[in-house]
Design a protein. Structure first.
Length: 362
């Protein structure tokens, strides 16, 4: 389904900018997506999620969410144009339709996690990571259109014209410098609310926190899109960027870094207790408490027993990390929800690691 949705989205983009524009936009968009994805993967180093699920988050944003947003926006604007007026549709789309449809469809992946894979949301940082990858996928597909259009428009103009060069430079600066984290930031606001709701026992609290995060994302997105409607000030977009988006981005960045550091300390502090209860062996406490030692452990396993054993070791490390987080919170709050299931997941990962070693040594 994701592949079909992405192809359909790119087909629509091709009708707007042509095949040459799609190719140029695809290359530039991929280059922009790599550091964004890398940033969220770095945040996730202590308790790595399953690679397949991380890929699914990116794929959802770039395919289903993008496809659904494109066609719902087209349909809703047509409805607004025909039932009210085209003038109404021209301002209603960027101010209401676009923020609501994009943020809702992007956030649905987090809602799916909350309902069907709640064990994967061990804290706010997980919500930020998953949401960031959804947003990165959405930006990847969206930037194919915007960057491809900028390149093709420049190629069709007089390339020696200073105005054409300036327009291209502004477009590249906007997409590559100012807003590469825009969609990840928006979805992360929803992700924080959804991840916070995962730890609540009350259904009303879960719904309330999830909706609160979504409404904040929709509002902030609407404020950004409002810059295209409010007045003739050519610098308004930069003023809103500096006054609103930058502070929100820096706040979220600081929060993510604090959560990552706190997560590492929580995991390291829990390891002796996990060893005491027999979840890990005592000699594993030291290498599991340090990211460099973890990486050295995986490299050693790869040299000794191959890629499968290294992958199984990494999975074991991630499951133990998640177990440490849940065990610490259970001890502090008395809420043991998901703890036994996570302990079983860590035990399964441990058996798979030893099985991979046995196969390679046979």
């Amino acid at each position: 389904m994701a592949g079909a949705a992405w192809i359909a989205s790119i087909a629509w983009v091709a009708t707007q900018i042509g095949l040459d524009g799609v190719i140029a936009g695809l290359i530039l968009s991929a280059l922009l997506a790599l550091p964004v994805v890398g940033a969220f993967m770095w945040l996730d180093r202590w308790a790595r999620e399953r690679p397949r699920r991380l890929v699914s988050a990116f794929a959802w944003g770039g395919s289903v969410a993008a496809f659904s947003a494109i066609w719902s926006q087209e349909g809703l604007q047509t409805l607004a144009d025909t039932t009210v007026s085209t003038d109404f549709g021209d301002w209603f789309r960027p101010l209401v339709i676009t923020p609501v449809t994009e943020e809702v469809f992007k956030s649905l992946f987090l809602v799916w996690l909350l309902i069907y894979r709640r064990r994967q949301l061990t804290g706010l940082l997980d919500g930020i990571v998953y949401a960031g990858l959804v947003g990165a996928g959405f930006s990847f597909t969206e930037n194919i259109l915007y960057l491809g259009r900028a390149v093709t428009t420049f190629a069709e103009s007089d390339t020696s014209d200073r105005h054409a060069v300036g327009v291209l430079a502004i477009s590249l600066f906007l997409r590559a410098v100012m807003v590469p984290f825009f969609h990840p930031l928006m979805v992360a606001l929803s992700g924080i609310g959804i991840a916070a709701s995962a730890g609540r026992r009350s259904g009303a609290a879960r719904v309330g926190l999830a909706l609160a995060g979504l409404l904040v994302a929709i509002t902030l997105h609407g404020v950004w899109d409002w810059t295209s409607l409010a007045g003739d000030d050519p610098l308004l977009i930069y003023k809103i960027y500096g006054a609103v988006l930058v502070p929100v981005f820096l706040t979220l960045l600081i929060l993510a870094l604090v959560l990552r550091k706190r997560e590492g300390r929580m995991i390291a502090a829990s390891l002796p207790l996990l060893a005491r209860d027999g979840h890990i062996s005592p000699e594993e406490v030291a290498p599991l408490a340090n990211l460099k030692e973890r990486r050295r452990w995986r490299k050693h396993m790869r040299r000794r027993s191959g890629r499968a054993a290294a992958h199984a070791t990494g999975r074991y490390q991630a499951e133990v990390s998640a177990l440490g987080i849940r065990a610490t919170r259970a001890q502090a709050t008395g809420n043991r929800e998901g703890l036994d299931e996570q302990a079983q997941a860590a035990a399964t990962a441990r058996r798979e690691m030893h099985r991979a070693l046995a196969v390679s040594d046979a």
